[in-house]
Design a protein around this ligand. Structure first.
Ligand code: ATP
Ligand code: MG
Length: 253
């Protein structure tokens, strides 16, 4: 079985700043893979490399067996054209801390937009799917609301439905609940749990250790651009082996 995500010796620098220093990891199909670590450790950078919003400097990164952003001929790599990268990216849904919904469109409009614009889908088909997805994230009554008429947690659930509308094979979450008021976090985590149970492969950057422990299949602790330790969330969180992991967890748990 090919892994959904495979990183081999991934390095990333911004100018002279060496951010990712050789990341090796594998995310299996259907797995919830949690990434935790202190601020600045490179978690968001790594997620952005997975859908080629950032170019890696060396190493190899594969999604579903395909090299991200490159084509390999012999032992040489050739960069894909923007249009080819866009096709790769279609299959990867991304949800950020800030939801970035289109403010001038209703919840329904936001979820219908990409399939129509990117895949040339008919309005009727896009609408049917959007209604089903908004129902699934608990927003059946809010489909006609504009983002300004929704709470942060509701907006984030629209953002998740919007990503799902493209029928991705992989979902990336970058601290999806950390901008929310505490009482709104639970509904978003419930949606993510439901998605995990449906078999979606998910890479989740989060500080919600309860979620990681309960829903995660694997957890990686990153610090300073390297993987310090990894394993089942229960083991890494319950019995961390490295001092850096212990120090971090003592602050967040
Ligand atoms: N576009 C950029 N140009 C230059 N430096 C950047 C850029 N993006 C990120 N960095 C730097 O890379 C490092 C890692 O950033 P990154 O956002 O990946 O960390 P993070 O682990 O997601 O942190 P946080 O938990 O605060 O979100 C930081 O030192 C950051 O300043
Ligand atoms: Mg980040």
């Amino acid at each position: 079985m090919t892994a959904m995500v495979k990183a081999e010796g991934v390095h990333k620098s911004y100018g002279a700043a060496h951010i990712l220093k050789g990341i090796d990891l594998e995310v299996n199909n259907g797995e919830v893979f949690c990434l935790v670590g202190p601020s600045g450790s490179g978690k968001s950078t790594f997620l952005r490399c997975i859908n080629h919003l950032e170019k890696i400097n060396s190493g190899r990164l594969y999604v579903d067996g395909q090299l991200v952003g490159y084509r390999q001929k012999g032992d040489k790599l050739y960069e894909l054209k923007d249009s080819e990268v866009a096709v790769q990216r279609r299959d990867i849904g991304m949800v950020f801390q800030r939801f970035n919904l289109f403010p001038h469109m209703t919840a329904l409009g936001n979820v219908m937009e990409a399939p129509i614009q990117v895949k040339g889908e008919s309005k009727a088909v896009a609408r049917e799917r959007a209604e089903r997805l908004l129902d699934r994230v608990g927003l059946r009554d809010k489909m006609g609301n504009y983002p300004s008429q929704l709470s942060g947690g509701q907006q984030q659930r629209v953002a998740i439905a919007r990503a799902l509308a493209m029928e991705p094979k992989l979902m990336l979450f970058d601290e999806p609940t950390s901008a929310l008021d505490p009482e709104l976090v639970g509904d978003v985590l419930d949606v993510m749990r439901d998605l995990a149970e449906s078999g979606m492969t998910m890479v989740v950057v989060t500080h919600e250790m309860g979620f990681a422990r309960e829903v995660g299949d694997n957890l990686v602790f990153m610090d300073g651009g390297v993987v310090v330790e990894s394993g089942h969330p229960r083991d890494v969180l319950g019995n961390p082996q490295h001092d850096r992991t212990k120090a971090f967890l003592s602050k967040v748990l």
